[in-house]
Design a protein around this ligand. Sequence first.
Ligand code: NAD
Length: 489
Amino acid sequence: MITEHDERTVLNAVPDRLLIGGEWVEASGGRTVEVMDPATGEVIRTIADASVADGVRALNHAVAAQQSWGSTPPRVRAEILRGAFDLLQERKHDLALLMTLEMGKPLAEAYGEVAYGGEFLRWFSEEAVRIDGRYGSTPEGTGRMIVTHRPVGPAYLITPWNFPLAMATRKIAPALAAGCTMVVKPATLTPLTTLALADILVTVGVPAGVLNVITTTDTIELSDALISDPRLRKVSFTGSTPVGVTLLKQAADNVLRTSMELGGNAPFIVFDDADLELAVDAAMTAKFRNIGQACTAANRFIVQQGIADRFADAITERVSALNVGRGTEPGVDIGPLIDDRVVRNSSRLVDDAVSHGAVLRAGGDPIDGPGTFFQPTVVDRVGDGMLLATEEIFAPIVGIRRFVDEDDAVRIANDTPYGLVGYVFTSDSNRAHRMIDLIDTGMMGLNVGVVSNAAAPFGGVKQSGMGREGGHEGIHEYLETKYTLMPAP
Ligand code: NAD
């Protein structure tokens, strides 16, 4: 049982200032910004609100620290990351509660994110010492080629509000492992977890200037200043596709390296031959994890005619039993949405579908305040052109549409500008392999509803982004390849 005293203790322990050059400092001009609990609408903490000048100062420190951090032995960088992993485990109760308080996810899910997010620190501590190169002869035999990897240089890392810990570690850990310094800008809606993570990293010995953290409401101005600065060498962004497109255009001016983890519109395809119970269990996780606010959330349930009624009945029964409330309360399955804007958008999507002939099977409405809650919802018989079939939903809303055969399923699944992840449920392994080839996404879940793993390359195709985070690929987002030729001895 979480008490008010527990909450206050955890909140008060979070640094409320900017991390610049190894010091926790006030924003120049003394501006502050309030952080709210979306379950109550109450202010839980007031933190520094950086100016553009603070951002530039942070970049100055990152630039100054680059040479020395880049030449720090990989083993030393690895041990710092491993130390951070260990300290994060010690502080897991605080971090989980903090995330629930600022973002709203149920406490059990917040613990899940601490485990997942922490793994990036451990994984990249292991990858830091495996940055390798190659040595070989030219085909003519007259020369020797040496290929090495060097850190890209100072990086600007921008994270979203929905996974405040994991989205930060997924960028910070590979950047540190590769030898890059950085300015991190968490989402202003959920900055506390990232500040608590920065405190861990400083405590375990990340040197001054290597990691700088800036919280600001001047997002656009500060980003403009950093991205147009020729000393910056890399932008890594996780967030919505429209913002990603803007950043890519800005980054083009200085030909910056970029990594983009953008929006999703995941198909969740259930074939007639699927194990129904398994598909429904996975659907509940794929849809309702993080209150539906995940880029990997199942967005479009595409179900074959022969199983569709049974699937819709089973999921409606499960959804109707979900418990909505503040994430700190025992037994809560669904917390609040992040803000009013998301609640209004949820109503817009449901109203559009119902007015075009879809059938509302459960929920469908906002829940009266305090807090920004929406009923877990099932809408059946979603059809072409409805917003539920085209837009990223980002809410606890299941929209079900039906398909006739495999070709039909593939056509519907790929009919989107996004391509992050696809889920397929079938007991036919040949069909499963065909789907891997035919569904146009960066990731696939076959008979599973969650794919994220620190050891795997996370990322999308089409407008879901470019680059991969995690896996062996993740560190290469922060490394340049350098080739040297010398005469054969
Ligand atoms: P968002 O794009 O509004 O904001 C993301 C971050 O960018 C925040 O830190 C925000 O302050 C900052 N930002 C906003 N406008 C900016 C600008 N003009 N210049 C620079 N920075 C700017 O997204 P959000 O609402 O925080 O997150 C939800 C979106 O993120 C969804 O589309 C979701 O699919 C996507 N997402 C993708 C992944 C992935 O790995 N592909 C993971 C999580 C979330």
